[in-house]
Ligand binder design. Structure first.
Ligand code: MG
Length: 269
């Protein structure tokens, strides 16, 4: 934890070389709280850790392997892959940094300003996997909880990199509920969904929808054999239901309360 705070306090201004004392200087905007600081630290991991890239490649390599196995079978319906967008194929870590440096977390207005730019980078391995799927006549359905108002920026972002099936028919955004189940069912009515990709467990099954932490863990043990098979999980250390479930999915919660809850749940000795 001390190390984490060190990086947070000195984010972006660390000078360190062997044998020399590390000088810590805090900028006026540096956030030292556990939540905001944690967001900076995990964004640093997303942006700079080769290990993060390697995990993304690993997930997409596995997805390609599973898809190649599926292609050997007969399929009663056209095949499809269902994928989430954020932190599954597009990288929003610059947004996390932008907010954390102002001591803020997610809010819809600033988020929509960010997504309207269509400026997200792609995750390692994503584009080549989706192109591989498309080249084998496998349709891609992008099921995301981005809002309808984000459609134009999202399509612009996907088309900028040449992601296949980046059109209105295949981009299925948030409707009346955050659960993706009814949207998955609609795709399943006309397609054989061979793979699901996501960074958040509700991207895979409704059993995870707004569930408490303990139940998420139980469901995951039950699905153990599906991960790396039908369910391909991308790493997201920055946000997700793993975090929201700790706060019982409450939107109105202060950073101090969030910090307190995290400290209460951490194992220590
Ligand atoms: Mg996501």
């Amino acid at each position: 934890m001390r190390l984490l705070y060190f990086f947070i306090i000195s984010a972006g201004i660390v000078s360190c070389c062997p044998g020399k004392q590390i000088v810590q200087t805090a900028t006026p905007t540096a956030e030292t709280g556990l939540v905001s600081g944690g967001k900076l630290f995990t964004a640093f991991y997303q942006q700079q850790a080769a290990e993060y890239k390697a995990l993304c490649f690993q997930a997409y390599n596995l997805a390609a392997l599973r898809l190649s196995e599926e292609l050997k079978k007969t399929s009663p319906l056209p095949r499809a892959v269902v994928t989430d967008i954020d932190e599954t194929m597009l990288d929003n870590s610059p947004y996390a940094v932008h907010q954390a440096l102002q001591g803020k977390g997610y809010d819809l207005q600033s988020w929509m300003e960010w997504t309207a730019m269509g400026a997200c980078d792609t995750l390692a391995g994503a584009l080549s996997f989706f192109k591989y799927a498309a080249s084998n006549s496998v349709e891609i359905f992008y099921i995301s909880n981005r809002e309808e108002g984000e459609r134009e920026g999202t399509l612009k972002n996907l088309q900028r990199y040449g992601f296949p099936f980046a059109d209105n028919e295949h981009l299925i955004l948030r409707e009346s509920e955050s659960s993706k189940e009814s949207r998955r069912q609609r795709v399943a009515a006309t397609h054989n969904i061979v793979l699901y990709l996501g960074d958040n467990l509700p991207d895979f099954h409704s059993y995870y929808d707004k569930k408490p932490m303990e139940e998420r863990e139980k469901v995951t043990v039950g699905f153990a054999a599906e991960f790396g098979k039908r369910f391909i999980v991308l790493p997201n250390p920055n946000y997700g239901d793993w975090e929201s479930s700790l706060y019982n999915y409450r939107h109105q919660i202060t950073k101090e309360e969030m910090d307190k809850k995290i400290r209460e749940i951490l194992k220590n000795y």
